[in-house]
Write a protein that binds this ligand. Sequence first.
Ligand code: HEC
Ligand code: HEC
Ligand code: HEC
Ligand code: HEC
Length: 403
Amino acid sequence: MRRALILLAAAGLGYGQPAPTAYIGAGGCNSSNCHGAAAELAPADSRIKGNEYATWASADKHARAYRVLAEARGKRMAEILKIADAGHDKRCVNCHVVGSPERSISDGVACEACHGPAEKWLGPHAVKNDKPQEVRHSENVAGGMIDTKNLQVRADTCLKCHLGDADHVVDHELIAAGHPDLAFEMETFTEAQPAHHRQKPAAMRLRAWAVGETVALTKAMGLIAMHAPRNWPEFSDMECYQCHHDLRSDSWRIARGYGSRKPGSLQLNSSRFEVVKALVAASAPEERGALDAALARLAANTMDAGATAQAAGAVEAIARRLTARFQTTDVDAAAVLRTVAANIQKIADDGVNAAEQATMTLDALGAAMGRNPDATKPLYDYLEHPSSYRPSEFASLYQKAAM
Ligand code: HEC
Ligand code: HEC
Ligand code: HEC
Ligand code: HEC
C-alpha cells in the first residue's frame, strides 16, 4: 500500500484522480471489420467509411510526421538547434509523435492524437448495441475520446499543433532553423488531409470554417499575450514578408503607406484577424465595433509589449464569444465572401500572409457552396512566389476567382 502511494505521488497523481489513459496505437484500429477495410464501404452498409486506416496510412501526411524528423530538412533543423535526437526530443515530438505507445512511435501523428487515448473506450466502442448513436458517442467521450464532433474541440485539437501553445512551440527560432511557417484553415486542411469521414452537410462545413477561424484568433491572441511579457517582439506573431522581401525603388509598401502605424514599426500577422473581421461584418454585426476597436489598439501598439498584451487579451475575449456563437449559428457564406471581396485590396495590402488566409477562405466557402474547386488554383500559384507579390495583382486575381 505504502509503495503504491509512493508510486502515485511520483506520477504526480492524487487519490481520487483517474489515471491518464494510455494510447493503443494505430494498429489497434486496423481490423478489417473496424477501420481497416481496403475500400470505402457503401453508405447503405455502414455509417462510417471503414477504410480510415488505409486513408491515413497511404494518403495522410500525419502518418509520415515521425519520419520527416529524420529526413534532410528535419535533420538540418536538429543540427542548428543542437537537438541530439529529434525523434525523442519534446521540442519536436509534442507535435510530430502523438497517439502511439513508445514501441510504435514511427506512426507519427496517429488516430488517437485527434481521437483521444483509446485504452478505456476502444473495447466498448467496438461492441454493437441498441443505444442511439449520440448516447454511444457521449459514453465514448466520457471514456476519453476527444469530441471531434464539437467544432470548438475539433479546432482546438488541430490548432494545438497547427498554431501552437505553451507546450507546442513553433516560434521564429524554429522557423529560422528551417521549420515551415504554420498557416491553417480547418476546412481547407480537412479536405487536404484528406478527410476520412463522410462528407458533412454544407451548413456544418460553413460553421466549421467559422469556428476554425475564431478559435485560431483566440489562440493567436493567447500566443501574443504569452510572448509579450517575456520575449517581445516574437517574429512568428508578425507578418513574415515585411522583413523577408527584396528592397526595390518601386516599393509597394511605400506606395501603400502605413495607415495608423508609425512607418517602419512592426506589423502583426493579420491573417489571424482580417478574415474574422469579414465574418463579423457579415454575420455578427453587433460585435463589429468592439472587435475593430480592440484590433486597432493592437495594431497601433506593436512596439509596446504591455499595451500589446492588454489589447491581445481584449481581442481574445471577443474571439471566445464569437466561437460560442458560431458553434450553433449558421454562416451566410455568400455575405462573407462579398465582404472579403469588397475589402480585398486592404487585405492584399497587409501582405502575403493575409492574402493566403483569404485564399483558403474562398477555397473552403466555395467548396461548401458547390463552386468550381479549381477557381482558387491561380491564387495559390501566385502566392508561391512571395518575392514578386504585388497587392494589386493579387487583388485582381482574387476578384476573378471569386466571380
Ligand atoms: C507546434 C507543433 C510543432 C512542433 C513543436 C514542431 N513541428 Fe514540425 N510541423 C508541424 C506542422 C503542423 C507541420 C506541417 C506544416 C504545414 O505544412 O502546414 C510541420 C512540418 C514539419 C516539417 C516539414 C515536413 C514536410 O512534410 O515537408 C519538418 C521537417 C518538421 N516539421 C520538423 C520539425 C522538427 C525537427 C521539430 C522540432 C525541432 C518540429 N518540427 C517541431 C508542427 C510542429
Ligand atoms: C489529424 C486528426 C485525425 C487523425 C490523425 C485521425 N482522425 Fe479520424 N477524424 C478526425 C476528424 C476531425 C473527424 C471528423 C469529425 C467527426 O465527425 O467526428 C474524424 C472522423 C473519423 C471517423 C468518423 C466518425 C463518425 O462518427 O462519423 C472515424 C471512424 C475515424 N475518424 C477514425 C480514425 C482512424 C481509425 C484513424 C487512424 C487510422 C483516424 N481517424 C485518424 C480527425 C483525425
Ligand atoms: C498532434 C499534432 C497534430 C494534430 C492534433 C493535427 N496535426 Fe495536422 N499535422 C501535424 C504535423 C506534425 C504535420 C506535418 C506532417 C508532415 O508533413 O510530415 C501535419 C500536417 C497536416 C497536413 C498536411 C499539410 C501539408 O503541408 O500538406 C494537413 C492537411 C493537416 N495536418 C490537417 C490537420 C487537421 C485538419 C487537424 C485537425 C483535425 C490536424 N491536422 C491535427 C500535426 C498535427
Ligand atoms: C521583424 C523581422 C522578421 C520577421 C517578422 C520574420 N523574420 Fe524570419 N528572419 C529575420 C531575421 C533577422 C532572420 C535571420 C537572418 C540571418 O541571420 O541571416 C530571419 C531568418 C529567417 C529564416 C532563415 C533564413 C532565410 O532567410 O531563409 C526563415 C526561413 C525565416 N526567417 C522565415 C520567417 C517566417 C516564415 C516568418 C513569419 C512567420 C518570419 N521569418 C518573420 C527577421 C524576421
